[in-house]
Design a protein around this ligand. Sequence first.
Ligand SMILES: Cc1cc2nc3c(=O)[nH]c(=O)nc-3n(C[C@H](O)[C@H](O)[C@H](O)COP(=O)(O)O)c2cc1C
Length: 196
Amino acid sequence: MANTKPPLILAVTGASGAPYARHFLAHLVRLRIPVELVITEAGARLIRDELDAPATPEGLCGRKAPGVSLRSVKDIGASIAWGGMETRGMVLLPCSMGRVGSLAAGLSQDLVDRAAAVTMKEGRRLVLVPREAPVGSIHLEAMAKLARCGVTILPASPGFYTRPKTIEDLLAFLTVRICKSLGIPPPDAPGYRPGR
Ligand SMILES: Cc1cc2nc3c(=O)[nH]c(=O)nc-3n(C[C@H](O)[C@H](O)[C@H](O)COP(=O)(O)O)c2cc1C
């Protein structure tokens, strides 16, 4: 039977951290949450470089990816560019600083920008997972502006109070945090206590 639950929009942009996107996407697939996936050109490069995988739903997920629909970043007319399409919200994982800047400026020049702008204007949850170090004042100001608009800024900086032993533990930490921000059931993660 077709899955009629509203999809989550997942955008993979060109910051380092493709393994985070793989971990999160695999969790969504396990939960059978439909996903509208958009991968930028730089995001595709990072998937190839960091995962040795093609920038496809299966390549990113590392397994079969039923329920994941890949949309072209150039397809500005895709359904997720339209406010009338109900979604669970959107996450940019990882989120490049260039993308932070264009979102803060409201440019809407491709499908990632447009879907994020629509998510904001429709009052849905938008989560950005930036990765950059150090972070300059232009980026900090752009993130502050987005945070004031209700966007969740969730840096790719896993905590160590859960005593992670493996890279998988670090990835799980971030997946838990993103799920909690979006109201999605989180995976079991080592060291995570309820309420944290
Ligand atoms: C190997 C590599 C690693 C990069 N890592 C980062 C990063 O961690 N954070 C970031 O903000 N940009 C990073 N960049 C730069 C972005 O990919 C670049 O600004 C790009 O234009 C972002 O475009 P997008 O938002 O359309 O994906 C990296 C680029 C390359 C080639």
